[in-house]
Every structure is written in structure tokens, then in C-alpha cells.
Design a protein around this ligand. Structure first.
Ligand code: MRU
Length: 317
């Protein structure tokens, strides 16, 4: 992605240091977090310096390279960071195999990261075919370059449509409680794509008014039957899209498809800290006695999905 004329990725390697755009600081400041140890990577994933399923996977691959002297221990630490995104587990297994084969672990991690980028580019090229001139598209959370190293999943088709001079307008859900919609707005702003950030509960209003022609979201884990986990709030967007006859697409690379689980009921949903609900930018917005629940993801049944945009094409149900 280009930011003020300079090429950036969500993460990259410099020797044996892994550099991350610190996503906790966006959209206010562009700061770099440097990971030199497995613990640094574990912290980065848990605290969401890096987030988004494919980017978490790539971070874990580099984590395995940093901890290659004790792959089992490293894998255990990394697996315990975040439970929902399948990419994390997929990347760890990939790296265990490479380390077993005594391949250079940093080269293997770099190759993993490169494959993610190539797949997302392909998702962009494939998904762009769904987008016609003047379309208004809704997306949820951030499934952009920040979430995938480069291009994005849900945002990749929008990037390609814009580059091919299709006039599009993007509705970006704010995505409480962590405001990943701000990351989407940041990417779209720098790409020159017209957009508006909307409150999460405004999407239904726009869908019913026929102001949204297409919904594209990313995914954290897709079960064999097509049910998928994505950022909390995705399910209700899918239901409202179906109610209003709006096509609803899921964009994801092969690394997000979990071949081991039959349906969405087997996906573990991460519960995150209460502070994500009770504070904004470190400032309390509720009294201490308020009880909260904070599931990070929900499951959308496949019956709401019009199709899956992958690096191999668009598969319809
Ligand atoms: O909690 P996050 O920010 O890691 O959740 C990210 C999402 O839910 C994304 O939509 C998903 O990972 C797809 S990203 C290409």
C-alpha cells in the first residue's frame, strides 16, 4: 500500500528483526514496532500491534523463525495468542514442517509472507469483476493491507476497481469496540477511494434505503460447510443484506479455510478484555461497576453468503 507516496506493508523483515506498522497507533501516527524475540511477536499479536487473520499468520511464521531452536515451545506460545483466526495455526504448522526439514526458517517465513501477498493480489483481481462503475460497497472491520501484509482481502477488489477507474463509494463500519473501521478509513483515504465511516448500527439503515449495492467482508476462519467467523457484527450485516437482496461476499485466502471443522459451531470465539469496552484511547467512558461482555467475533452461517472470493476465483454456493 502507498502512504504519502511511500510503499508500506503491515509487516516486513529486516535481517532477523520483524518490523510492524503499530496498528494501535493508527490513524493518528505511523509508528514502527520492532520484534527481535518470540516474546516480542507474542506481545504484538496479543496486544494487536498486528491484527487481521493473514497478517497474524505471517507474524506467527516469523515468530517460529525467531524461536526455531525450540519449535515446540515457540508453537505453544504462539498458539495461545489468539484462538479464532485459522491463519495463525496454519502458519505455525507450515513452519514446523519447514523446520523439521531443516530448511532456513527465516527464508521459509519470508516465503510464507510472500505467498499471502500474492494470494491477496489475486483475490483483488478476481473480486474486482464483481464491481461495476458507481457501486456502493459496505465493508466491516479492517480486511485491508494492514490485516494481510498488503492489498487486503475485502479491500483488495476495491483497490483494483479504483485503479481501473471505476467510481466506487465505500461504507466502512466503525467496528466497535476496537474501531478497526478507522484503519479501513485510513487505507481508503490514502488510496484516494471515496468513503464514509458509519456507526455499526447504521448499516441496516443504508441497506434498506438501497444505498448499498454489495457487501464484502473478510474472514478469520471458514469451516468446511462455508460457515465463517469474522469480526463481531458481521452476522447481523449478512442477515440484513439477505433481507434486502444485497449480494454478500466473503474474501479470504486458502490459509483461512480450516479443513478440520465441519461447521461454524466448532469455531472458538475469542473473548477480549473489558477495557476494550470501557475505555477509549486509555480513557474510561463508563463507571467501574458496569458489567460487560466482549466477544471479538461472530459466526455467519453459509446460507447468508452469496460467494467466496479466493485466489482461485469466485465460488458460488
Ligand atoms: O480482531 P481483528 O482485528 O484481528 O479481527 C480482524 C477481522 O475480523 C478481519 O475481518 C479478518 O481477520 C479478515 S482480515 C483480512
Amino acid at each position: 500500500m502507498k502512504i504519502n507516496g511511500k510503499d508500506y506493508q503491515a509487516l516486513w523483515q529486516e535481517g532477523h528483526i520483524v518490523q510492524f506498522i503499530d496498528q494501535r497507533k493508527l490513524p493518528y501516527s505511523l509508528e514502527i514496532y520492532s520484534a527481535r524475540t518470540v516474546d516480542d511477536i507474542v506481545y504484538a499479536i496479543k496486544e494487536m500491534v498486528v491484527r487481521g487473520a493473514p497478517a497474524i499468520g505471517a507474524a506467527a511464521a516469523y515468530g517460529m523463525a525467531l524461536g526455531q531452536n525450540d519449535p515446540e515451545k515457540t508453537a505453544t506460545l504462539l498458539r495461545a495468542t489468539r484462538p479464532t483466526a485459522y491463519d495463525l495455526f496454519h502458519a505455525i504448522e507450515y513452519m514446523i514442517q519447514k523446520i523439521d526439514l531443516e530448511e532456513n526458517a527465516f527464508d521459509a517465513a519470508a516465503s510464507y509472507a510472500k505467498t499471502i501477498i500474492t494470494r491477496c493480489k489475486k483475490i483483488g483481481e478476481n473480486g474486482e469483476k464483481l464491481i461495476t462503475d458507481s457501486m456502493r460497497i459496505l465493508t466491516h472491520c479492517n480486511a485491508g493491507a494492514l490485516a494481510t501484509i498488503d492489498y487486503g482481502t475485502a479491500l483488495a477488489p476495491l483497490r483494483f476497481a479504483h485503479q481501473n477507474r471505476k467510481k466506487i463509494f465505500v461504507y466502512a463500519d466503525e467496528t466497535r469496540p476496537r474501531f478497526q473501521g478507522l484503519l479501513t478509513a485510513w487505507e481508503l483515504y490514502h488510496e484516494g477511494i471515496l468513503y464514509a465511516l458509519i456507526a455499526d448500527n447504521a448499516a441496516g439503515y443504508y441497506m434498506r434505503k438501497k444505498d448499498i449495492d454489495l457487501v464484502i467482508v473478510g474472514a478469520d476462519r471458514i469451516a468446511k460447510n462455508g460457515d465463517f467467523a469474522n469480526k463481531i457484527g458481521t452476522y447481523e450485516k449478512a442477515v440484513i443484506a439477505k433481507e434486502n437482496d444485497i449480494p454478500f461476499y466473503v474474501a479470504a485466502p486458502a490459509s483461512t479455510f480450516d479443513p478440520n471443522i465441519r461447521d461454524g459451531s466448532h469455531i472458538i470465539i475469542e473473548e477480549r478484555a473489558r477495557q476494550e469496552m470501557t475505555e477509549i484511547a486509555g480513557k474510561s467512558i463508563m463507571p467501574d461497576w458496569i458489567t460487560v461482555k466482549n466477544p471479538a467475533f461472530d459466526i455467519t452461517p453459509q446460507k447468508y453468503v452469496t460467494g467466496y472470493i479466493t485466489e482461485s476465483g469466485i465460488s458460488k454456493k
